[in-house]
Structures are given as C-alpha cells and as structure tokens.
Design a protein around this ligand. Structure first.
Ligand code: USQ
Length: 394
C-alpha cells in the first residue's frame, strides 16, 4: 500500500516508517523537523542520539531495500501538501504531524494560539488534499484519549447512545479536553467527522493513550533506525520521564497525589494498532473512532513499577510527590472501552515489565546525556499561567 506519513521525523512517525517499510509498504512522508526545535527551545534533548534526515533515510533504504521519500516541508502550506499528494498519490495518510505537548501549549498566549493554528489548519489541509487529489484515500488521524477528559461514566469509542426527553440518538461522546493542545485535537475530530459526512471520504480517528518505549523490533540494533526519547517537562511523557529519572538517580516526579489514571501503551503496540487500522480501512463516507491503549494505570502505580524494575537491575530509585503544575483531577473514575482494535486482532503486550526493563537498559548508555539536562525534569509551566518550579510535597 502507498502510505503517506505526516510527521515522519517524530517519536511515532519515524518508527511507523521503519515498521511499514519492513512490511513492504511504499512509504513517503513529510516533516518540518519542528520537534527538534521545540525540544531545544524548552532546554531538552533526546535521551537517545538520533540521526538527521539523510542518515535516517539511508538507514531505512539499506534495511528495507527500497526508496523512502522523506520531504522537509510545512503541512500548513496547502500547495506543498497538495503537490506531494499529486506526486505520491497515497492510498492511506497517517497524520502524526502536530504539536503534541499539553504543557508546551500552556506556556503563554503565543504558544496556545500557535498550537491550535498549526494543528487545526494542517489537519484541514490534509482533509482538503484528500478530497481534491485522492478521495478514496483513508485518513488515519492521531487524536488522543485526552479529548474525553475524565468523566464519571464509562468512555465509549467516540459515540454513544443517548436518551433525552423521551427521544434517542447515537451522538458523539462529550469531549472535555484538559489543555489547549488537547482542545486542538477535539477541533480536529469535529472537522474530520464533518469532512467524511459532506465529501464521502473515509477516516479513522485514533484516541491514543500515553505511549512509552525506546524502540520496536523492526529497528534491530541499528542505532540510525532508533527513535527519539524525550524527558523534558513538555515532550517527555510520564513513563519515559520516570525511566530517564531512574537512570540518573533523580526522584521520580509524581504530580499531585498520583492517582490520575490514563490509558498507556508501548510504542510497539502503537505501531501494531496503526498497522491494523491501515490494513482494515473504513467504508467510503465512514468516520470511525478507535480508543488505542494497552491498559489503564494510575501514575503512582507506574512510578512504583519503574522503581521495582530499576531495583532489579541495581538502580536505587526514590519517588517524590510534587505540587501539580496542571489543573486536572488527581483521583477519579476512569473506564474507557478499547474493543474495536481487539476485534481487528490487536494483541496487547501482556508484559509491560519487560518493555520498561528494555527501556532502562537502552537508556543506561546515555546516562551522561540525561544527567547533563537534568534541570528540565522539574516542571515550571503551570496551567494557571504562573511560571514557578514545582516543589516537593511528600
Ligand atoms: N505526570 C506526572 N509526572 C510526570 C509527568 C506526568 O505525574 O513527570 C502525570 C500528569 O500530571 C498526567 C499524566 O502523568 O496526569 C500524564 O501526563 P503525560 O505528560 O505523560 O501525558 P499527557 O500530557 O497527557 O500527554 C501525552 C502526550 C500527548 C497525548 C497524551 C495521551 O504528550 O501527545 O495526546 O499523552 S492522553 O494522556 O491519553 O491524553
């Protein structure tokens, strides 16, 4: 299949290119390489050194024996997107090319507006380019479980049956996102659903949980094929940060009481699920929603899991509670469905301990690199707009 990856240079985009090439798909992608700039802007660095565009492309071509078409360009530039689609004529488009950080979008007015303008307009450009150039193509749009927020009822996959004043309907489940970034994904979901309805195009909206992990089997031991791994307060996600903290003996940073629950999934599961969505496209005019995560855990549970596994390999780890820089519920009900992907054959990784252990071992070699940037581990971007470093509260 000809697959176009928007955001091919990122934490998910790059492994997806490696994964799909290894399965014999024809892959093209575009990226403005902004993730590298954002991480530098907030003082971070990838814990694992990664290659530049040329080195990455060469490595995939050697491993998979066919040309990977990796362009540098801006997805908010419609002429660029349309031109690429006219050349490559994708059968599927996977949209991973957005600003993905909640804290980054909360820095100030400029970061909030930039995030929403970039994310909403580049998704609209992909929707229009599909309509005008390849109307049969399947859009797989990366959304987030965070679109739903944390309601005190079960979370279905996108839609639910509702009865109100004696009448019934099947409606989009309410979205109550918790950051300007998560709100941008809500806007994308509405726009994507509307496009399928008026144009008869097809889309899968992936409500993905928090991804963790340093690699996938298809990367083998070629360091040029590996993906980035961030640990700063903006682009490092919880388990990835905890593992980097464990490596340098920094206390694991639990925000608040640590009972926040989220869906999590290893990087390999994210690739498996995107592959299943690609290979099982929806019908023309269909907009479907998949909740994509391996299981739901509390942040404290995960911190204790990382501490335990790190202990097994001789790394003593302390866990500390920091005052929560975010406005979020810290103790709440959380029970989302994730049936659609299981029905397509998703086999969740059962042993996340071994994924975390492999991560810790991968990161050990880069201890100095992480230690040299340890000041990015304590958050100071706050949802109330103040800029103040979190303090230890317990
Ligand atoms: N947290 C800590 N300590 C840390 C980092 C995070 O306790 O050092 C807590 C946060 O307060 C939050 C939870 O862990 O309650 C998750 O935070 P996160 O930074 O791992 O993830 P989040 O900001 O929710 O965003 C990440 C990705 C985003 C994706 C989202 C999926 O950055 O792109 O959309 O996960 S979800 O969380 O399901 O919305």
């Amino acid at each position: 299949m000809r697959v176009f990856i928007a955001g091919i240079d990122g934490y998910l985009g790059w492994p997806l290119a490696v994964y799909l090439r290894a399965r014999g798909h024809e892959v093209a992608g575009a990226d403005l390489l902004l993730r590298r700039e954002w991480v530098a802007e907030v003082g971070g660095i990838s814990a694992l050194p990664i290659g530049g565009r040329e080195e990455r492309t060469r490595a995939v071509n050697e491993a998979a024996g066919a040309e990977l078409d990796f362009r540098v360009g801006d997805l908010t530039d419609f002429a660029f997107v349309k031109g690429l689609f006219q050349e490559f004529r994708p059968e599927a488009v996977v949209h991973l090319g957005q600003m993905p950080s909640a804290p980054y979008s909360m820095i100030d007015q400029a970061h909030c507006v930039w995030t929403q303008r970039n994310n909403v307009s580049n998704n609209l450009n992909l929707l229009w380019a599909i309509k005008e150039v390849v109307p049969e193509a399947h859009l797989i749009k990366l959304g987030t479980m965070g679109e739903y927020g944390t309601p005190a009822v079960d979370i279905p996959e996108g839609f639910f049956e509702v009865e109100f004043r004696g009448r019934k309907d099947y409606l989009p489940f309410p979205r109550q996102a918790g950051s300007w970034y998560h709100q941008s994904k809500v806007h994308d979901s509405h726009n994507t659903r509307f496009a399928t309805e008026i144009w008869g195009t097809r889309a899968t909206d992936i409500m993905q949980g928090v991804v963790f992990g340093t690699g996938i089997a298809e990367m083998g031991d070629d360091p040029r094929l590996r993906t980035r791994l961030d640990f700063d307060q903006c682009f490092g996600t919880a388990i990835n940060r905890f593992c980097c903290q464990a490596i340098i003996g920094h206390p694991l940073t639990l925000f608040g009481i640590g009972k926040q629950r989220r869906g999590f999934l290893p990087l390999a599961d994210a690739m498996q699920c995107l592959g299943l969505a690609l290979e099982n496209p929806p019908a023309a005019g269909e907009y479907r929603v998949f909740n994509q995560f391996e299981n739901a855990y509390s942040i404290a549970e995960l911190a204790y899991l990382v501490k335990d596994i790190a202990g097994d390999i001789g790394l003593p780890v302390d866990i500390k509670r920091y005052d929560n820089p975010r406005t979020e519920m810290e103790d709440h009900y959380y029970n989302p469905d994730r049936q659609h992907l299981l029905d397509l054959g998703y086999q969740p990784t059962r042993d996340i301990r071994s994924v975390i252990k492999a991560m810790l071992l991968d990161l050990l070699d880069n201890k100095e690199r992480i230690a040299a940037h340890a000041d990015v581990l304590i958050p100071d971007i706050r949802w109330d707009g103040d800029r103040r470093r979190s303090e230890v509260i317990g």
